[in-house]
Unconditional design. Sequence first.
Length: 228
Amino acid sequence: MRILVLGQGKTGKLVAAVAAERGHGVHVLDAKENTNASALTPPFVAGFDVVIDFTAPEAVVQNMRACLATGAKMVVGTTGWYDKLPDMKALAERKQAGLLYGTNFSIGVQVLFQLAAKLGESLKNAGYQFSIEETHHITKLDSPSGTAITLATVVETASGYQKVPIESKREGDAPGTHVLVAQSDADRLTLTHESFSRRGFAEGAVRAAEWLSSRKGCYDFQNIYTQI
């Protein structure tokens, strides 16, 4: 395939490298080359099979509007824009485009969500207090992380717990750690996912692009990750 990667940050660069390793042609646009989505003209976008976005919350919506309007297939790993999700879904459906989004493209994190749902369901009405702590690198723009927000939503839905508090830390170059704690007067249970590198996110995103290349419609990575 021909893959366009938007964003030349640490994850974007790794996505491009993984895509090349898997035999795809790759073109990367950084923020300076694509101010206000100016580079994403219909003829340019048409030259690619899938677009992968790892940019920033303030850029991603403009990128999606430009790409999805052409009927393109787009994998979005950027977070912090989900208030616009209904609009982006409607645009993708109207233009018969493909949109696959997710707060985290790590398979391990997806399993964490499953375990968190089971934990929340099993401890429902059992006197446990839930909390989340997440740690990322100091340059991460959104706080709390999209992954932490998803984790909290999963637990709240499964347990009926009204609001799971999230503590966010930004330290050095940490790729990402998420800790879910369930504590009662008697004991404490902890689920932890610790990333050693960004490679898991990058591989998941490229495999998601391969999966999306033959599909139209809107998909949450959380619902399709077992298929890639």
